[in-house]
Design a protein around this ligand. Sequence first.
Ligand code: ZN
Length: 164
Amino acid sequence: MDSHAAAGDPSGVASAGTSTRDDSVRVTCPHCATANRVLRARLAEGVRCGQCKQPLLPGEPFELTAGTFDRHIAATDLPLVVDFWAPWCGPCRMMAPAYEQAAARLAPGVRLAKLNSDDEQEIAARFGIRGIPTLIAFRNGREIARQSGAMDLPHLLDWIRSKV
Ligand code: ZN
């Protein structure tokens, strides 16, 4: 995979600039998990992945798996919030619409993702997830905050804004 391939593309595709490193952030693609480098000033412009051409910051929660989780945690400069959930969990399903709205409100500065803790039990165990839903906020590859229990939209926005 070569995220440099799209350098110079004027259509809003992420490029791997060399002279603007200080003004750019790494964004891992929610669709193909390729690490892109994007100018901060262009984050709000609907920038697309250099590899798969899909929106890098779609403003909606995206699904993480064991295959993509570590790449997203390690190689993303924007704060990332992960909702550890499961399909059988009533409070998780109740929170889902508010979580989607929060993703739209907080884009493009904060990314919201989901991890199915039934499908990816190893990751849930690694983070000591005991109850769901549990939200964990990550920044620069590290956990910076976590919160268990369903929240409505105002509380989600308050919690995320105060932590990241
Ligand atoms: Zn992609």
